[in-house]
Structure formats: C-alpha cells, structure tokens
Ligand binder design. Structure first.
Ligand code: COA
Length: 163
C-alpha cells in the first residue's frame, strides 16, 4: 500500500470511487455524480489531494477543500475521504487520512473539519481513532432525496493548532 499526492491521470479513478460513495447515500449530501474533469479542478491548487494505491490500483482518496472564504479561516480546511466499496476495512481509509493530515499540515492548515451523518458508524469510528473530536450535531442540516439529515461536526487540530 502506498499513499501519494494525486496526479491528473488519477482523476477517473477518484471520480469512480467518489461516485460509489455518492450513490450509497451514507457519506455525503452530494447527489450529483462527478466526471473526471470535476476532479481535475481539485488538483494543482492549495488543497492537497492524496490517493492510496495497492498493486497499482487506486483504492482510496482523501482531499481538502475550502472551508470559508474569510481570511481569518484561511488555516481551516474541509476534508473528504472515500475508499472503494470492495476495499473497505483494510486500512486504506486510515492510510489516506494520515497522508492527508500530513499534507494539510505541510500546506499550513491548522485544522480539518467535516460533517458526518450520525449513522455513518465506519467513518465516525475511523475518525475518532485518528484523533478527530465530535463537536456536536447539526440538526436538519440538509435533505438527501427529500429526507432531512442531521450531521455530526468533527474537527482535528494540526500543526501550530495542535501545539
Ligand atoms: C469511512 C471509510 C473511509 C473508512 O475507510 P476504511 O478503509 O474502510 O477504514 P480502515 O480499514 O482504515 O479502518 C480504520 C478504523 O476505522 C474503524 N472502522 C472502519 N470501518 C468500520 C466499520 N464498518 N465499522 C466500525 N468501525 C469501522 C475501525 O476503528 C478501523 O480500525 P480497525 O480496523 O483497526 O478496527 C470507508 O468506510 C468509506 O469509504 N465509506 C464510505 C465513504 C464515507 O463514509 N466517507 C466518509 C464521509 S465523512
């Protein structure tokens, strides 16, 4: 298993893994499936995108993205993490998040945040084991397929934020 920064040629594999997660409705409010060009737009900027590969196949990715545009929040990033459905519970998610936290710290971020659906036990357990704190629960934070969903807010301090 090898975690590394994503390259443009990884875009199709990342889109396929993300689309599995979108279709499952357990991980995200997103319902629009992505194409590789959507993923290309994530690459080459301030936000790290990492992939985990095993025997030459991309099995997971993790990425940060803009939290808020205000300058005072410049050190905070949102994150996403997805593992190919058939490859879960083999340590790839942890490897992707470890690599993302390191890359985000190197890029100067002091905190990662996200929101997790309360019923997403796998994500909540993984994030807790990686030192993420559950801050609280947003009630009725959005709808998926017409149904209200709550969201657990998670955060982890990095770099100077953790010092
Ligand atoms: C959540 C997710 C990223 C975890 O990745 P993974 O590669 O399956 O997890 P790992 O094998 O690295 O497991 C790390 C730890 O997480 C916990 N964990 C993972 N899957 C779990 C499950 N199904 N039930 C309970 N705990 C689980 C365990 O503590 C595990 O450590 P252990 O295997 O030593 O007990 C993966 O299930 C996934 O892609 N889910 C769909 C997308 C998603 O929910 N993304 C997160 C959105 S917030």
């Amino acid at each position: 298993m090898n975690a590394r920064p994503a390259q443009p040629s990884d875009a199709a594999a990342i889109a396929a893994i993300y689309n599995q997660g979108i279709e499952e409705r357990i991980a995200t409010f997103e319902t629009r499936l992505r194409i590789p060009d959507d993923i290309q737009a994530w690459l080459g900027g301030r936000h790290p995108v990492v992939v985990v590969e095993d025997e030459g196949q991309i099995v997971a990715f993790a990425a940060t993205s803009l939290y808020r545009p205000r300058e005072c929040y410049a050190g905070i990033a949102e994150f996403s993490i997805y593992v190919a459905r058939a490859r879960r519970r083999k340590g790839y998610g942890r490897a992707a998040m470890d690599a993302l936290c390191e890359a985000a710290e190197r890029a100067g971020f002091w905190k990662l945040v996200s929101r997790v659906f309360p019923e997403n036990a796998a994500s909540r357990a993984m994030l807790k084991s990686l030192g993420f704190r559950e801050v609280g629960v947003y009630r009725r934070h959005g709808k998926v397929d017409g149904r209200w969903r709550d969201a657990v807010i998670v955060e982890k301090l990095l770099g100077e934020g953790a010092a």
